[in-house]
Design a protein around this ligand. Structure first.
Ligand SMILES: O=P(O)(O)OC[C@H]1O[C@@H](O)[C@H](O)[C@@H](O)[C@@H]1O
Length: 256
């Protein structure tokens, strides 16, 4: 006869394949719901810029533009890549350009002002399934790192109450400081693995951005998990995800 209490007691929760000893999480859209806030800030910034330049009949910034050119990439790379897709080139400028300047960095800083205002209004929420997964990963004794292109990484983690899980953080500021190439290059994830003292083959990458899964694949990571919150699972697979889930809690499988 089946004895449910007994089988529950003997169930183990498996969080990742056996070879994995460390987990490297992207932040926006993977642990916190801030990907939508980034997208909204980029849309406001680029639409105002394009309207000013091209008049009322400008072609607006779309979700597709975000996924292909901006999502997951460091701020200035996103500006450069999106403008290039529209055949626009601006002077590079420098990191401390005022937000009003029409330079790559000025436009990036304009977006950052808008992002911070949106975050002030809406706050930062962690995905409940991601918190459950982080708890399970920590409980299983795996190391945890966050690898995000965002220069706001530390404050977003703190506001979401997730800093307590994180043993190593590679964020947009570290990427600039250490002159790492941004995603889709694997550099930031490789730096995360080094910080946790694991080989890439022993580490898992969790990413919602096409550029991010591409970086995980390029770095030779042991398990690349795509997180699909905007119906782009096939593209995540095509860019290198081994598995795609819609929520990290879906990875918590009972293993008897
Ligand atoms: O402008 P920030 O906060 O430095 O963020 C840079 C990029 O960080 C990534 O995490 C986001 O996916 C992108 O949307 C964002 O543009």
């Amino acid at each position: 006869m089946d004895r449910p209490e007994l089988s529950r007691a003997t169930q183990q929760i498996r969080v990742a394949p056996e070879r994995i000893t460390a987990c490297l999480f992207d932040l926006d859209g993977v642990l916190t719901s801030t990907a939508a806030q980034h997208m909204a800030a980029w849309k406001q910034t680029f639409d105002a810029f394009l309207r000013e330049r091209e008049g009322e009949h400008f072609s607006p910034f779309t979700e597709r533009d975000y996924l292909e050119h901006v999502d997951g990439r460091p701020r200035a790379d996103g500006v450069r890549q999106f403008l290039a897709s529209r055949g626009i080139s601006l002077p590079e400028g420098s990191r401390d350009d005022p937000p009003a300047s029409d330079t790559i960095h000025g436009l990036g800083n304009r977006k950052n002002e808008t992002l911070q205002e949106i975050i002030r209004q809406r706050g930062v929420t962690p995905y409940p399934g991601s918190v459950r997964y982080l708890e399970a990963v920590r409980g299983a004794g795996l190391a945890i790192g966050v690898v995000t292109s965002s220069e706001n990484g530390a404050s977003v983690l703190e506001a979401a109450g997730l800093s307590r899980f994180v043993q190593a953080r590679i964020d947009g500021l570290v990427i600039t400081e250490q002159k790492l190439r941004g995603k889709p290059a694997p550099d930031a994830f490789l730096a995360g693995a080094r910080a946790l003292r694991v080989a890439p083959a022993e580490a898992a990458v969790f990413e919602d951005a096409l550029a991010g899964v591409q970086a995980g694949r390029a770095g030779g990571f042991g398990w690349v998990v795509g997180v699909d919150r905007t119906h782009h699972a096939d593209e995540l697979r095509a860019h290198g995800a081994d598995v795609v889930v819609s929520d990290l809690a879906d990875l918590l499988v009972a293993d008897r």
